[in-house]
Design a protein around this ligand. Structure first.
Ligand SMILES: O=P(O)(O)OC[C@H]1O[C@H](OP(=O)(O)OP(=O)(O)O)[C@H](O)[C@@H]1O
Length: 182
């Protein structure tokens, strides 16, 4: 089943030119979310990467994480806690737990945070995201989870193109590597 889904993800993936004269292509994942089989399959497939770990909460960074995270949370029987990037349009009210990222794949150093009231000792956290490039955003979330007193289970992603040490420290398991994409 996981192999069928991985094949479908590969088929529907596109590299696109963001604008004329651009020096690089960017990933287009829109075909994934528009496909009923992918939408139904990604949650169970990512949950299946951690079959015996019983997370209590899934955390994923905005924006794509707000779509993917709940799909994974439902599949593992956990709750969902969104991670927001500071400086967005909406000001966060209530206590937040923030962590700074190192430069991410776009060279951004972000402050990323979750509602501090919704995470703490007794929680078992699964991080999830669509794509791990440098791992910067998830590294910040990993640190944030450890400082909260919660237990870190690991990271489930659709695509991993990050260096091996990142894979190791995030306990990252992914459905696809960069080499499997067109
Ligand atoms: O491994 P990293 O270097 O941290 O980069 C990976 C992150 O960057 C992308 O999200 P982005 O911040 O572009 O937001 P998006 O979800 O709106 O695409 C992607 O969805 C991951 O969340």
């Amino acid at each position: 089943m996981e192999g069928v889904l991985s094949h479908r993800l590969t088929e529907l993936f596109r590299w696109v030119d963001p604008d004329p004269g651009s020096s690089h292509l960017v990933s287009d994942l829109s075909g994934w979310w528009r496909d009923p089989e992918v939408l139904a399959g990604v949650g169970p497939a990512l949950a299946g990467l951690f079959p015996a770990d019983r997370p209590t909460v899934v955390i994923a960074p905005e924006v794509t994480g707000l779509l993917l995270g709940p799909l994974v949370a439902v599949a593992v029987g956990a709750g969902f806690l969104p991670a927001y990037k500071d400086g967005g349009e909406r000001r966060r009210v209530g206590p937040m737990r923030w962590a700074e990222t190192p430069p991410d794949y776009r060279g951004r150093q972000l402050r990323i945070g979750v509602d501090a009231r919704r995470l703490g000792p007794g929680d078992r956290v699964l991080l999830t995201d669509d794509w791990v490039a440098t791992g910067a955003q998830l590294d910040a979330l990993h640190r944030l989870v450890r400082h909260s007193g919660a237990e870190f289970v690991g990271t489930a992603a659709l695509v991993a193109t990050c260096p091996a040490p990142v894979t190791e420290r995030l306990r990252l398991r992914a459905l696809l590597t960069g080499e499997q994409l067109p």
